[in-house]
Ligand binder design. Structure first.
Ligand code: PRP
Length: 206
């Protein structure tokens, strides 16, 4: 029975594919520049496909994929009814509040926050009783404080170079983020003979 992996396109996928290769799986058709969407290994026992990160929990929850590899940021922002079985410790970064150094994070007035992660941002600022106006932004979030669209941003910081190169700083940390292996609840029962050895292989190689 073939096990299907949904991988989040981008940095996570590159590392996840390297991890699958290190486990001995060979994907002869895989080429990062190809427009092909599904890649099978030589034995046909596993296949992976690449999707936008917020779609990974959806594919896994609905059973279109058995296993997903996706950042914890996505799972916090788009909670799904799946088993989160392993922290793969790849794609490590931090969810941060960032902006111009000295920007106050406590204010009588509503703080305007630009972010790709409105759920995470709302939960954080609710938790510290700071009223906020959230502005959903889909990319290059660092532009928001620079152009005066927001007072600060909530975003992931990996190397810190995007902030540095744009004159911004980390103002606070919300949580650590890394990639997680998630599994469809039904697949884990009905395909356990195929899935359990794969999960064990991942565990042994962490
Ligand atoms: C992410 C994130 C930051 C950047 C952080 O953006 O939103 O902008 O990476 O990484 P760094 O600390 O190593 O600079 P991504 O590259 O996913 O692109 P996007 O801005 O289009 O969302």
């Amino acid at each position: 029975m073939q096990i299907r992996f949904a991988l989040a396109k981008g940095r996570v996928a590159k590392k996840a594919i390297a991890l699958l290769k290190a486990l001995g799986y060979v994907f002869p058709d895989y080429d990062p520049d190809s427009r092909k969407l599904i890649f099978e290994d030589t034995t046909g026992s596993i296949a992976f496909f690449l999707v936008k990160s917020p779609d990974v929990p959806t594919y896994v929850e609905k059973g279109a994929a058995d296993i997903g590899i996706v950042g914890k940021d996505v799972l916090l922002e788009h909670p799904a009814d799946v088993y989160e079985l392993l922290n793969l410790n790849i794609g490590q970064c931090k969810m941060c509040i960032a902006g111009f150094a000295g920007t106050p994070l406590r204010s009588e007035k509503k703080l305007v926050v630009g972010t790709k992660y409105p759920v995470i941002a709302k939960n954080y600022f609710n938790g510290i009783d700071q009223p906020v106006d959230l502005i959903k932004i889909n990319g290059s979030v660092e532009l928001a404080p620079i152009l005066g669209l927001s007072d600060c941003i909530v975003d992931i910081v990996e190397s810190g170079s995007t902030l540095r190169e744009n004159g911004l700083s980390v103002l606070g940390e919300i949580c650590d983020i890394s990639s997680r292996l998630i599994v469809n609840r039904v697949s884990l029962k009905t395909k356990s003979a195929s899935i359990n050895p794969i999960i064990e292989q991942f565990e042994e190689n962490l």
